[in-house]
Design a protein around this ligand. Structure first.
Ligand SMILES: NC(=O)c1ccc[n+]([C@@H]2O[C@H](COP(=O)([O-])OP(=O)(O)OC[C@H]3O[C@@H](n4cnc5c(N)ncnc54)[C@H](OP(=O)(O)O)[C@@H]3O)[C@@H](O)[C@H]2O)c1
Length: 394
């Protein structure tokens, strides 16, 4: 597989084969994953797991709390479904992912994230099948913005006619009459954002879309989009390892009343403590392209994880819970969407909804983080990044 230089850019990776999948965590040489779909037995939720460090977990329906993304009200933590069929290996198998998504519904999650490009197409199918019994009880977010040929993504395309065509496909695969939240996945520099917003407005008027969002927009493009059609949510990478939204985007969201959805809120697993200095990703795993996970940088970034781990211990929670709760503590209109294929991780992550911090905690955390700077760039080649792109003027 050829990796793009910017894994968070247009493709977010490409179709993965399942060969050569060996992830070594902690000590080099300890194989954690092999490259085949999980067996039927493994796809069932494990019957028991030894008590983990999670002191806060959610029982059935227990998440309870909601947050607003613009006018859209959703559970305070959502579920990122991408990991069910794209980019991180090994894939869990369709039935396992369906079971995790339904488990999330039972635990009170009402916000599910997918995209046309995940698979491509297959992740929307899995989400559509999983959520079919819960139609009208949950909100599904999906995304458009790419062109495809022979089942492969070929670049960005947000022309209005293409958007409308893409939405018909998403509606069919998701088995819904309307998409609750429709994001432009990446800004298409060749299409004025007013034309994109106009197409989404037509879709809203036709009853096919309910709310409008953008992912990784340039600041001016976000303002122009919102002037044309109210934006409910921005979805950008945001975590303790990637804090760029604190530059401009979060303040624009606050000013305009736009909600914010952090993707990669666990830094693709890094913030859970499952990686270590010896971690190596298979070449087919998207994370092998992330500079912050290259061996030397990973070693340096363990200082940041040490801060996370120390605070988690102090609060009596897990590193994943601390990382999600910290994001939620930044603004009341932030709704993280951690991705998981594991029912135990799901329960653990949702426990973050019950975690609170005092003002003194947050100040001390900020001071501790300042002593553990992030090592390594976000992407290999920022010049090809599709993050923060501005759409051309009309
Ligand atoms: N808009 C965009 O451009 C964009 C880009 C990327 C992703 N997204 C969306 O954002 C969602 C979340 O981002 P992400 O999936 O990339 O990264 P993430 O949520 O930061 O991390 C997911 C990874 O963390 C692991 N994990 C989750 N909870 C865990 C726990 N409690 N303990 C140990 N490991 C845990 C998962 O493995 P297990 O399966 O083993 O739990 C998975 O490998 C995606 O699913 C997708 O819907 C959007």
């Amino acid at each position: 597989m050829t990796h793009r230089s910017d894994p968070t850019s247009s493709s977010e990776g490409t179709g993965n084969s399942r060969r050569d999948i060996l992830t070594m965590a902690g000590l080099a040489g300890s194989a954690l994953a092999v490259g085949a779909p999980l067996s039927a037995a493994a796809q069932r939720a494990p019957a028991a797991r030894p008590a983990s460090a999670a002191s806060v977990t959610t029982s059935r329906g227990a998440i309870g709390k909601t947050r607003k993304l613009g006018a859209l009200e959703v559970s305070s933590i959502g579920l990122g479904c991408m990991v069910g069929s794209a980019y991180f290996l090994p894939f869990p198998g369709r039935q396992r992912m369906i079971s995790v998504i339904r488990d999330a519904v039972e635990r009170g999650v009402t916000f599910f994230d997918t995209a046309e490009v995940y698979g491509p197409f297959t992740n929307e199918e899995v989400v559509g099948e999983a959520l079919a019994p819960f139609r009208n009880k949950v909100a599904i977010a999906t995304k458009f913005g790419f062109a495809f040929r022979d089942g492969k993504e070929t670049g960005r395309n947000s022309r209005p006619d293409h958007i409308k065509q893409a939405v018909e496909g998403s509606l069919r695969r998701l088995k819904v009459d309307a998409i609750d939240l429709l994001y432009q996945h990446r800004v298409d520099p060749d299409v004025p954002i007013e034309d994109v917003a106009g197409a989404v407005k037509d879709l809203i008027q036709a009853g096919k879309v309910k709310h409008y969002g953008l992912s990784e927009p340039g600041p001016n493009t976000l303002r122009r989009a919102h002037a044309e059609l109210p934006v409910s949510a921005v979805q950008n990478e945001y975590s303790l390892l990637e804090r760029s939204p604190e530059g401009q985007i979060l303040s624009i969201c606050e000013e305009l009343g736009i909600g914010f959805v952090p993707w990669g809120p666990l830094a693709r697993g890094f913030l859970t403590g499952r990686f270590g200095e010896g971690t190596r990703f298979a070449s087919d795993d998207w994370r092998s392209t992330i500079p912050r996970f290259f061996p030397d940088n990973m070693k340096g970034n363990m200082a940041l994880f040490a801060v996370v781990d120390a605070w988690a211990k102090r609060k009596g929670i897990t590193p994943a819970q601390f990382s999600l709760a910290w994001l939620m503590a930044q603004k009341p209109w932030i709704v993280p969407i951690p991705g998981t294929t594991d029912p135990w991780h799901l329960a653990e992550n949702l426990g973050a909804a019950a975690v609170t911090f005092s003002t003194a905690d947050l100040q001390q955390i900020a001071a501790d983080l300042a002593r553990a700077p992030v090592i390594g760039p976000r992407v290999l080649d920022p010049s090809t990044s599709a993050n923060g792109v501005e759409a051309r003027q009309r």
